[in-house]
Write a protein that binds this ligand. Structure first.
Ligand code: HEC
Length: 236
């Protein structure tokens, strides 16, 4: 009984000494442990009369960085890489990073995550959002003449800043991945306009075999139709 009372008294005493943060008191609380609670400093948006620029800065204590200051790790000097532009400000003709299978695979993965919903897996503009009748501005096919002729830097710029009704994807897609996507968009374009020379000889033989089988099937089935003129021999 006695020890319980003592404990309670000690607890009450401690409480009275330190006070509780966040509580309102009429009297100033006793503040035995000061940490760094009281120190001379300027707080954000305070004025500092040391600075004589009341006109522009209102004598603000918080000063802007010296013009030209660059945060560590943010010196984005390489115009081609970061902005997809040459020294003259034109879009770069070709991606400024080495092309590799790895890059294309990364591009494919990122493209499928960020772009297919609108542009479709084949880049024909038939993504689920476009075909779902949600009233979205149609995304163009990448396989039209105009887009096949744009520079790599242009596509990079579309991803970075968006274009007309398409939002930019700079927030979601880091710079290196944007170039990987550009490479993959180019691969998609080429896939839809492939020439005979683009097909490796081994695959060509296979396609021709399959193709002719297909064409024969077409001829047999069709009555007077021209039957599978340039079919690439997709299996039925
Ligand atoms: C939310 C839907 C949406 C997503 C996601 C999207 N786009 Fe688009 N994109 C559009 C629309 C809509 C247009 C046409 C904009 C217009 O003409 O107003 C377009 C246009 C384009 C064009 C053609 C620009 C031109 O000059 O006509 C390219 C290239 C393109 N997008 C690339 C991409 C890539 C690469 C991604 C993925 C990083 C992507 N888009 C993601 C909707 C989208």
């Amino acid at each position: 009984m006695m020890s319980k009372t003592i404990t309670m008294l000690v607890a009450a005493g401690l409480l009275a000494l330190t006070g509780c943060r966040g509580m309102t008191w009429e009297e100033p609380t006793i503040h035995p442990i000061q940490d760094m609670d009281f120190q001379q400093k300027f707080e954000p948006q305070e004025t500092n009369r040391f600075f004589d620029d009341a006109e522009q800065m209102k004598g603000a204590a918080q000063r802007p960085p010296v013009p030209g200051t660059v945060a560590r790790g943010f010196l984005r000097e390489d115009n081609r890489f970061y902005r997809g532009r040459t020294e003259n400000g034109d879009f770069v003709e070709e991606i400024p990073v080495p092309l590799s299978r790895e890059l294309l695979e990364r591009g494919q993965e990122r493209y499928n995550i960020y772009c297919t919903v609108c542009h479709g897996k084949a880049g024909d503009g038939n993504g689920i959002i476009m075909t779902g009748d949600y009233g979205y501005t149609p995304a163009p096919s990448y396989h039209i003449e105009r887009l096949r002729n744009v520079k790599d830097g242009y596509i990079y710029n579309v991803i970075t800043n968006g274009v007309r009704n398409m939002p930019g994807y700079a927030q979601q897609v880091p710079v290196a991945d944007r170039w990987a996507i550009v490479a993959y968009v180019r691969a998609l374009q080429r896939s839809q306009h492939a020439e005979r020379e683009d097909v490796p000889p081994s695959a060509l033989a296979e396609i021709e075999q399959g193709g002719s089988a297909n064409m024969n099937a077409g001829r047999q089935g069709a009555t007077g139709g021209s039957g599978g003129s340039d079919t690439t021999g997709t299996a039925q």
